[in-house]
Design a protein around this ligand. Sequence first.
Ligand code: C5P
Length: 235
Amino acid sequence: MYPREKLIVALDVSTAAAASKLVVAVGDSVLTYKVGLRLYTTEGPKVVRDLISMGRKVFLDLKYHDIPNTVAWAVREAAGLGAAMITVHALGGGKMLRAAAEAARAVNPDLKVLAVTVLTSMDEPELAKVGVQGRVPDEVMRLASLAMAEGCHGVVASAQEAPELRRQLGNDLLIVTPGVRPAGTDHGDQARVVTPAEAIAAGATHIVVGRPIIEAADPGEAAGKILAEISVAMK
Ligand code: C5P
């Protein structure tokens, strides 16, 4: 993989106009953009089509979690839209995960289905309140193993979780890691952060970076620095 294939920029803005302005400002060095709940809720599928027509790839992070039939249809629609990567909640269960993976393969065999395990906003007391006993890392591993067994391509996971996921689930697993900050930058509300190099060294195949790029005075320059860090980590 080239460094350019490993960086995903999160388009955490509210309008298509702001999104396309950012894509232009970042320039050709970045290929993949994450469209999440915020932008998708305001602008819908058009924003995905627009990014694709600009020659970009889209990570559609809508974290599907519903009955298998509904999720399978949503995945088919996302595949038809041209998304390159999508997310589902592993807590939807094995049947839902398999339905998602099969729907993706049926429409676009290259579409990557990633499972979200335990949201990083959840800690053990929060998990206990929803009836999940035990340690967070064990729950992450259980859900990641389930997702892979049911045909998903990888997981969204923190850099802290990545080494164990890599060790137990092997080299085919995609690990997409948010919470990344270039050395010496503002951490925003991310509590535990790693640098791009640390994330890659921990086993991440992709890193998701939002504010350090989209709020930078020069987003293109900020992205370039991160790509340089990724290149060094890959050597
Ligand atoms: O701005 P920042 O780089 O923190 O953005 C990271 C992106 O990754 C955001 O879109 C955020 O929703 C997402 N994310 C995260 N932490 C998680 C899961 C997803 O920051 N644990």
